[in-house]
Ligand binder design. Structure first.
Ligand SMILES: [Zn+2]
Length: 300
């Protein structure tokens, strides 16, 4: 069964005209149920993480600043959302959802979070719409609890997974792979275990060739016990921020490559949502929905 983490808290209230398409967290589950890709029973509502679970990844100072709503104006601006208590609570639920997904993936092969992929969050700060780093938190918990030993991050959002790279830079248990726009945010990139910066306007053929070259090889070489996949859809040609020229079909094939390789090698797969800023919300929803359609098709 495809288990999907979701909570009403995911859709955070933003000021009118904010550029983040927050409504996707509501529209995507609606679309998936409407079209019959999933049912209500596929969804589960995560609890918020406990403080000590967060502190395996984030600094006490940062967590306290969030809990007390005492971020500086600059820190809040770097996150990109107004920081209220429900944003902090939301982050704790999303990250728990990703951890829960890891446990489900070990049983069912795959599990997915309707939010998350907050790969710009560092141990000591948030940025780029990311408060807590859900995939890092889930990884640290799994390792601490000895639920597994080796983790592979496949981060295919158009933006580099700079928070992931920084958090795990000296940790051989976690291999961070990020393929992203070379000329995109963050301008000062961190060093992942493997970074591939792709040029502006890259098309489906060239983009997918890189994945066919690297994904099977990485899975063979790293032999991970689990894969965390950041499936951002800001690689689309229609994306306002992406700068690439990948089509909806190309984006779907990208998902298929990752899923097929994990399935073939019997490696549990956790999918976090990632970014997506196409002009039309329907393009964003269609691309994210494709990830779920592929998961159902390949795994169940
Ligand atoms: Zn992104």
């Amino acid at each position: 069964m495809l288990k999907i983490a979701y909570s009403e808290i995911y859709k955070y209230r933003l000021p009118d005209g904010h550029r983040f398409p927050m409504e996707k967290y509501e529209l995507l589950p609606e679309q998936l149920i409407y079209e019959g890709t999933v049912r209500e029973s596929n969804f589960f509502t995560p609890d918020p993480l406990e403080e000590d679970e967060i502190l395996l990844t984030h600094t006490q100072e940062y967590l306290e600043k969030l809990n007390r709503l005492e971020l500086s104006r600059k820190e809040e601006r770097n996150i990109g959302f107004p920081v209220r208590k429900d944003l902090v609570d939301r982050g704790k639920v999303i990250a728990k959802g990703t951890y829960d997904c890891a446990l489900f993936a070990m049983n069912y092969g795959i599990a997915m979070n309707i939010a998350g992929g907050t790969h710009h969050a560092y141990a000591h700060k948030g940025e780029g719409f990311c408060v807590f780093n859900d995939m890092a938190i889930a990884s640290k918990l799994l390792l601490k609890r000895k639920q597994l030993k080796k983790i592979l991050f496949i981060d295919l959002d158009v933006h580099q997974g700079n928070g992931n790279a920084h958090i795990f830079k000296n940790d051989e248990r976690v291999f961070t792979f990020s393929m992203h726009g070379a000329n995109n945010y963050p301008l000062r990139k961190e060093v992942s275990d493997l970074d591939i910066g792709v040029p502006d306007k890259i098309n489906d053929t060239a983009y997918l060739a890189l994945l066919y070259k690297h994904i099977p090889r990485l899975i063979q070489e790293q032999e991970p016990d689990i894969v965390f996949y950041q499936a951002g859809v800001d690689i689309l040609a229609s994306d306002k921020l992406g700068r690439l020229s990948v089509s909806l079909d190309g984006c779907k094939e990208r998902d298929r490559i990752v899923m097929t390789e994990c399935k073939r090698n019997k490696i549990p797969l956790v999918v976090s949502m990632g970014g997506g800023y196409s002009h039309k919300i329907s393009d964003i929803i269609e691309a994210h929905a494709n990830t779920y359609r592929e998961a159902q098709y390949i795994f169940f």
